[in-house]
Design a binder for this molecule. Structure first.
Ligand code: HEC
Length: 306
């Protein structure tokens, strides 16, 4: 089928490919360097011992929160307990600006429960017909109440440090949920030789080691309504699960859509491979017979099967 010229071209190309020109050597060398340095950097990153570890904070271990696994979703009972911890402990100092009461409906509470929870707080509203502002009970459409009216008040109450908004904290910190969990449970005495300023506390996971937030999670600091033993680690795990939900409320849906997409696209891929085989079978089984010009009147020479 191919003319002689085309065959020669192929031969030439094959000959060229087997030759190592300087530019192809350079290319091979750069690919090898890129792969080598990639592997090197990966292992450097994995090695957690740094000279300036104190400045960076201790690297948190990896905890197996269900939602951090590949197909895992949130533990909703834990979100519910975590909300209780947030409300009873953290909300004294931290805001949760991006969360409205209604966001909790069907996640950890029923609509009626959320209405009752919101109504426990008073919100300023108005002006009314007389131009006066007034207080009314909270509604599901309200945001979670602020701990302090403004940043200055928050700093004044915390020795100059500002308790950050916790709505996105597990996304905002390196290590995410693992970091926040380690921070909450990691308070300990400073090692010999380390001086901690008055009003600060030692926590090896906090960059610099000295954090203005005091330890506030202890065994039994809350009492869970579902009877879960309120150990410090349980409380920390639950509040971290709640904060992870606050940062990524779409996680459950995202993973559900992901699984659906995987199922759909793998079925479609299998189907298209099967159709391809079907369509190609006539091409692949076809026998092409070359009848040289000038012999049109002769019957085609069909090669015998070997
Ligand atoms: C007494 C007030 C107070 C309470 C209660 C409190 N915090 Fe804090 N928190 C602070 C302050 C102040 C800071 C800022 C620390 C700093 O910058 O040194 C902070 C910082 C943090 C940080 C950020 C650390 C970082 O990497 O910057 C996280 C996370 C945090 N708190 C979580 C919590 C959680 C979860 C709770 C509830 C279990 C809680 N806090 C309760 C005062 C508080």
């Amino acid at each position: 089928m191919f003319s002689g010229g085309a065959t020669n071209l192929f031969k030439a190309a094959a000959k060229n490919a087997s030759k190592s020109t300087p530019s192809s050597l350079l290319f091979k060398a750069s690919v090898a360097t890129a792969i080598g340095s990639g592997i090197g950097l990966y292992y450097l990153e994995k090695n957690t011992a740094h000279a300036n570890m104190e400045a960076e904070g201790l690297h948190p271990p990896h905890y197996k929160f269900p939602h951090t696994t590949l197909f895992g979703t949130f533990d909703h009972a834990s979100i519910r307990r975590g909300f209780q911890v947030f409300k009873e402990v953290c909300a004294a100092c931290h805001n949760l600006d991006h969360i409205h009461w209604r966001n909790l409906i069907d996640v950890a509470f029923t609509e009626d429960e959320v209405k009752a929870l919101a109504a426990e707080y008073e919100y300023q509203d108005g002006p009314d017909d007389n131009g006066e502002m007034f207080l009314r009970p909270g509604k599901p459409s309200d945001r979670f109440p602020k701990a302090y009216p403004n940043e200055e008040a928050a700093r004044a109450a915390n020795g100059g440090a500002f308790p950050p908004d916790l709505s996105l904290i597990t996304k905002a910190r390196h290590g995410g949920a693992d970091y926040v969990y380690s921070l909450l449970t990691g308070y300990c005495d400073p090692p010999p030789g380390v001086e901690i300023r008055e009003g600060l506390n030692y926590n090896p996971y906090f960059p610099g080691g000295a954090i203005a937030m005091p330890q506030n999670i202890f065994d039994g600091v809350v009492e869970f309504e579902d009877g879960t033993p309120a150990t410090a680690s349980q409380i920390a795990k639950d509040v971290v699960t709640f904060l992870s939900w606050a940062s990524e409320p779409e996680l459950d849906d995202r993973k559900k859509i992901g699984v659906k997409a995987l199922l759909l696209f793998s079925t479609l891929t299998a189907l298209s491979l099967w159709i391809k085989r079907n369509r190609f079978s006539s091409l692949k089984n076809r026998k092409l017979v070359f009848n040289p010009a000038g012999n049109w009147n002769k019957p085609p020479v069909v090669p015998k099967k070997k």
